[in-house]
Write a protein that binds this ligand. Structure first.
Ligand code: TYD
Length: 143
């Protein structure tokens, strides 16, 4: 059965460029496959920082390198795939039941995250083994 979320994928974000710079605008309707409930961002990461190391049961997320670049490695029922985020006009959609590890931050990198749900620690898999055990029932292969 096709998963309604479909797989993790890069999504191009509408951007208005002019002589003053670029304006990137994101609306849930038409751009993202979910309604945004929460926004957070990480910054000030040392270049050897490793973040993530978790998956969500219900929460969907959209990751954007608002500044600089970093690497995102995803693991889902289809296996592992690595994305480099280095363009503020292209974000990475991360469905539920997808393990993510973020590293390779450049100096000054900012990771902006849009989430479908409010923060709830109970939504997290923080350990890989129980996540992997539940993956057999997930249907969101990376494309
Ligand atoms: P953590 O999940 O370790 O961040 P990352 O995914 O970047 O590795 O979260 C760090 C801390 O921040 C942890 O104590 C949970 C807290 N937190 C919130 O309070 N609200 C939020 O929306 C998020 C994402 C995290």
């Amino acid at each position: 059965m096709q998963n309604k979320q479909a797989g993790a994928r890069l999504i191009r974000i509408p951007t208005v460029n002019d002589a003053r710079g670029s304006l990137v605008h994101i609306e849930s309707q038409g751009v993202l496959p979910f309604d945004v409930k929460r926004t957070y961002f990480t910054h000030g990461m040392p270049e050897d920082a490793v973040r993530g190391g978790h998956a969500h049961r219900q929460c969907e997320e959209f990751l954007i390198a608002a500044s600089g670049s970093f690497r995102v490695t995803l693991t889902d029922s289809a296996g592992e795939k690595t994305f480099i985020l280095d363009d503020p006009s292209t974000g990475l959609y991360v469905p539920t039941m997808t393990w993510r590890v973020l590293d390779g931050y450049t100096k000054g990198a900012v990771c902006l995250v849009l989430s479908s749900l409010s923060y709830d620690e109970r939504d997290y898999y923080r350990d890989f083994d129980p996540f992997e055990a539940d993956l057999a029932n997930a249907e969101n292969p990376i494309r």
